[in-house]
Each structure stands twice: as C-alpha cells, then as structure tokens.
Design a protein around this ligand. Sequence first.
Ligand code: AMP
Ligand code: MG
Length: 310
Amino acid sequence: MKINLANIKKAKKFLYKNECIAIPTETVYGLAGNAFSDKACKKVFKLKKRPKNNPLIVHYYNYQNLKKDCKLNENFFKLYKKFCPGPITFILNLKKNSKVSKVVTNKKTTLAVRFPEHPVTRSLLKQIAFPLAAPSANISSRLSPVCSNDVKEDFGKKIKFVLDGGRSSIGIESTIIDIRNKPKILRLGGIELSAIKKILRRKLIIDNSPAKISAPGQSRIHYSPGIPIRLKAKKAKNDEAFLFINKKKVAKANYFFLSKKGDLNEAAKNLYSTLRKIKNNKYKSIAVAKIPNKGMGKTINDRLTRASKF
Ligand code: AMP
Ligand code: MG
C-alpha cells in the first residue's frame, strides 16, 4: 500500500496537540491519542462515551519502545517473535516509572499493549515520540469500524482527522492474552488459539465468559448493530435479514453471506461490514444460520453471541 506522507504529517500534528484522530489498523480502525497525555486520553474516553473503568489498548511501534513502560517476560517474547506486528494484545505489568497516563488504565497496574501491522499506522508510530492509546473508533457498544467511512458514520465532524488506510485486512479485533503468569485468553480475536498454543506449548486458560467481566470487551452488550440478532436460525421471518457463512444457490434480497466459499478468515473480515450493511438497509432484525465453531469461527460466534444480547 502506498503511504501518503502528507497525511501522516497531518496526523502527527494533531497528535502532538493532544487531539484525537482515527487510525487504520489491520484489525479495526482505532481512535487514537497520545498515551502519555492525560488530556488526550480523556478526550478518547469522552468521544467514545466509554466508561472510565474500561481501559484502553496502547499501540507501540516495537518492544524496544515498550521496555520502559512494562515488564516483559519469556512468553511475551515467544509470541512477539511469531505474531508481531499483528492482531494480538498482551496484558503486562506496568513499571513504576512508566510514562503511560493513569487515565488509560484507570489507575490499574496492568496495561494492554499491541503492535499493529498496518503500514500506515506503523509509519506514524515510527515517527512519534509516544505510543498511541487507541480503542476501536466507534461509540461504545456499537459495531467496530473497518474503513474510514464507518468511523465517519459514528463520529461525523467530532473527530478532527481520519487517517485513511483502506479496508482493515483482518476486520475483527485482536486476541487478548494476559501473559503475566499462566497465559490466559481474555478475548478471542484475530489470532487463533491453536496457533498461540503451538508457540507456548502449553494449555491456555480461557477466561472470556460473558458472565465474568475482566476485560470489558467481554461484556455482553457489545459489537451490536443496534437491532436484534437470533443465532442458529433455520429460517428467517418476513422482515428479517438472513445471514449465512457461505453463498447460497438461491439469491434472495434478504440473504447475506460472509464468504463466497465459507472461508472462516474471510467471513471474519466481512462480519462487521455485512452487519453494518444489513442495519443500513433498514432490516428490523437478523437471523444467523449456524456458523462452524472452529478456528476463526469461534471468534465470529463470540462477537455474534455478544451482539445478540442487545
Ligand atoms: P477496544 O476498546 O475495542 O480496543 O478493546 C480493548 C479491550 O482491551 C477491552 O476489552 C478492554 O477491556 C481490554 N483491556 C484493556 N486494558 C486491559 C487490562 N489492563 N486488563 C484487561 N483487559 C484490558
Ligand atoms: Mg471496541
């Protein structure tokens, strides 16, 4: 992808003034501010209408930049080497003299960190002297944005600048792993659990149950298109959109599919944009046909289950 240097310069200018901008990442677009600035981080929470107790993910260029803020360990490096930059978020212990704003973590002693792969955001991160606190660029609990237009749908002129990077290639949020002690998965996401297990060579504790909220991305009402969703549907009602994993032989106006051939990675990439299309086509509800619960299918089912609690 060609990087527009003038746009990166503009983005830098806003960030150095402690303004928030939207940035592209391979997972979803982020609403970014200087993670060392209380003022910028407060703006992120306010714009997103995000509860103060839901901490932000902080985006770094590389681990060398992170070393001053967090305590790193062997398991971190194993996963970093294999998956970073990429769609994985680590929960680490903050160092006492870390410069990360207390607003980011609501005074918690842990920090969620990620190294995004998107070339535009990597170029930006390389050029600035601070990491970026950047949760997804949507109003809290709504659908996550996978292109600059999605961001504009939620925020309009309230965001000073959207750094365009085209469509997000993964299209679904990062996998969150608490790597401080026994590795614990807090959110399913862009990297499959089997791939993580293979690197760590040990069992993973999965702690993403909707009932127990240790990462608010786990909260039940999340990722919602704002209309009811029913899962494992066999039929759709008259005014319902019918969502399938793969394309059907018969095409009906209310039929939507996530991947022509039922490829689960492609389906994950298309999930949010398809839900948004259905919402914008004014359907009143969505019936979702069964989706295989394996690989990225697990992440898709996780998001749809939470969205169905709306
Ligand atoms: P998003 O707002 O889409 O970027 O998602 C960020 C996710 O990371 C949310 O689910 C947060 O609750 C989670 N998170 C951020 N910081 C922490 C932390 N220190 N411990 C546990 N989860 C965290
Ligand atoms: Mg989010």
